[in-house]
Write a protein that binds this ligand. Structure first.
Ligand code: IRN
Ligand code: FE2
Length: 603
């Protein structure tokens, strides 16, 4: 059983990170900003023809060979000077940490409280920062005052856009930059419909299957493959400590659902939750550096009965907790009734709201029903209150929605929520494929992102079935990167297509190495190729294993084009007799086996 003694440094083996890129052709590079401490990382894919392709990169310092990773020290505090130079924050004593923060009630910890955390996480003495005298220190507040912060300049360079455009989008509430003043390690990213579509990967332990080091490892693993943000959904023991390790080592914004930890503090009994316990948990997490928080404040008492005749009721964990509380007390949701105070707390740390969709549909049958859209109305109202108070806001969305009902979600959200960034969970477009829900949801994610969703919460193949392992995390991230990039292309995001063009050129010119290295997942591309053509020369050969050397359509059309100009055909060109004979033979071979594209398996 875990006790505090288990966390004394001598025995502490917590934490490991995935370092280095999956291929040596990827190199970490930086774009210089207007000041020496503003360097924006990107990934340079070096090609065999001497050219290179710059790609957005979320992997943090871990992929910089000049950086020596040490998870016990944490990442460099990139934003520390930016935050302090604004002159509007103060260090303060902070909330007394308590054993129950880590779900440990009855063990008296050495040293009396989690100041002990300095032993648990050796990296940095922690006196938290907050806005001086309750000052608004949010990116929204600065944007409204016409200030372009280093964070805004950073995301502008990262996305290839003008800093003034970034400031304006943030000021209107159409984009958010989730950056807590207590998470100086974060490389700022922007979430908004006019920027690259972002993806979130969820990690989090459960009492039985996962440890702190596994969670830190999952975080670095997910960002290495392209997760733009990570949500720590830990429950059970060591929540506080796990989160500390993740935050101090995370180059991407970290989100949480504070309600989960609040519930642990009352031993899992929803009816015993209170505003006081919740408020205390929020402050604890604000001081640690959580960048955005899911808050299920739209689950109103009067909406709960609307779910009674649903096929799958309330599927949101946070939503069901709040519904249970509302029914037990027959009172209005305390997150709703205390929302303004909540805003005032989040504003002094610059924590971004992710207003939770506690009544999202959990089945195709329940999509777009009254309960779902009633809650959306309330989320719109709360979003306005938050922005009036300078707090950045995203709105969470579904869920399970068939394709023909997806667009209505986006249209309504835009209208009701004043274009605040939409952050959706898929949606899953059918219920019939457990084991493949990264795909059922990847379809919906691509569609809703095309129509304007700013961030997609990934779904792994283990959805509905179990906890994702390392491979599932990678599969979920890659699937969602595909959905996000497909949407970037469809939306015509400037520069999105250059990546596709580079890969297509490599494919057409048989630069196999370049084709692998430009892939979202070079390892899998290379492995699949090598399964049938493992030899080294095959990687420069002008054919793949599908058609063989002579009859490759890409090779033939390239040759025709070279010799006879664009638009010429093999016959017009008097194309080499050998090839024509070969093609004739191939055609006969194809007819002989019944003109079937797929052959039955031998045996
Ligand atoms: C995203 C959009 N809608 C829901 N999500 C995510 O679902 C949310 O951000 C969090 O990561 C996860 C937990 O949701 P519930 O089940 O507590 O609502
Ligand atoms: Fe589901």
């Amino acid at each position: 059983m875990t006790t505090f003694d288990a966390h004394q440094p001598a025995q502490n083996t917590v934490g490991s990170a995935t370092t280095g890129y999956p291929t040596p052709a990827w190199r970490k590079a930086y774009r210089d900003g207007s000041r020496p401490d503003l360097r924006v990382p990107y990934r340079e894919v070096r090609l065999t023809n001497g050219k290179s392709v710059p790609l957005y990169d979320t992997s943090g310092p871990y992929t910089d060979p000049a950086y020596e990773a040490d998870v016990r020290r944490g990442l460099p505090a990139l934003r520390d000077a930016w935050i302090r130079q604004r002159g509007d924050v103060e260090e303060y004593e902070g909330r007394e940490a308590r054993p129950e923060d880590d779900g440990i009630k009855h063990t008296a910890p050495r040293g009396g409280n989690l100041r002990n955390l300095d032993a648990v996480f050796p990296g940095r003495p922690r006196r938290p920062l907050r806005g001086r005298d309750g000052a608004s220190v949010t990116q929204l507040g600065y944007a409204r005052r016409g200030i372009i912060t280093p964070e805004m300049e950073f995301v502008a360079l990262r996305e290839g856009l003008e800093p003034e455009f970034v400031r304006d989008e943030v000021a209107r509430g159409r984009a958010v930059i989730p950056v807590n003043v207590n998470h100086p390690e974060v490389e700022p990213a922007i979430i908004g419909t006019n920027f690259l579509v972002k993806i979130n990967a969820n990690i989090g332990n459960s009492a039985v299957t996962s440890s702190i080091e596994e969670e830190v490892e999952k975080m670095t693993w997910a960002t290495r493959w392209g997760a733009d943000t990570v949500m720590d959904l830990s429950t059970g023991r060591n929540i506080h400590t796990t989160r500390e390790w993740i935050l101090r080592n995370s180059p991407v914004p970290i989100g949480t659902v504070p309600l989960y930890q609040a519930l642990e503090k009352v031993d899992g009994r929803a009816e015993e939750l209170s505003w006081d316990v919740y408020r205390d948990t929020i402050i604890e997490q604000c001081e640690q550096g959580v960048d955005y928080m899911t808050v299920h404040a739209g689950v109103l008492l009067r909406y709960v009965p609307l779910t009674a005749r649903r096929k799958t009721g309330i599927v949101s964990r946070g939503g069901s907790i709040m519904a249970a509380w509302c029914l037990a007390h027959h009172q209005e949701n305390f997150l709703y009734t205390n929302f303004e105070e909540l805003c005032d707390i989040l504003r002094t740390y610059d924590v971004t709201f992710s207003l939770g969709d506690g009544l999202r549909p959990g089945s195709i049958a329940d999509a777009n029903d009254e309960a779902q859209f009633a809650e959306l109305q309330t989320l719109g109202e709360l979003g306005r209150i938050a922005r009036e108070r300078d707090v950045q806001v995203m709105i969470e969305g579904p869920g399970h929605v068939p394709m023909h009902k997806i667009k209505e979600n986006m249209d309504l959200q835009k209208e009701i929520c004043d274009e605040a960034p939409f952050y959706t969970l898929g949606p899953l477009t059918t219920d019939v494929a457990p084991g493949y829900d990264h795909i059922t949801s990847g379809i919906g994610a691509a569609m809703i992102a095309w129509w304007g969703t700013a961030m997609l919460c990934y779904v792994t193949p283990k959805e509905h079935l179990g906890l994702p392992n390392r491979d599932d995390v990678k599969t979920g991230v890659i699937t969602y990167k595909i959905a996000a990039h497909a949407a970037d292309l469809a939306k015509g995001h400037p520069g999105a297509q250059a990546w596709d063009d580079a890969l297509s050129d490599a494919r057409f010119e048989f630069r196999w190495e370049d084709q692998f290295n430009l892939a979202l997942d070079p390892e899998t591309a290379r492995d699949f190729h090598d399964e049938t053509l493992p030899a080294e020369p095959a990687k420069t050969a002008h054919f793949c294993s599908m058609c063989g050397p002579k009859f490759c359509s890409m090779k033939i059309s390239q040759k025709i084009r070279d010799e006879h100009g664009d638009g010429a055909t093999a016959v017009e060109s008097g194309y080499d007799a050998d090839a024509l004979a070969g093609m004739q033979a191939k055609s006969e071979e194809f007819a002989a086996q019944g003109n079937r594209v797929y052959l039955p398996l031998a045996d």
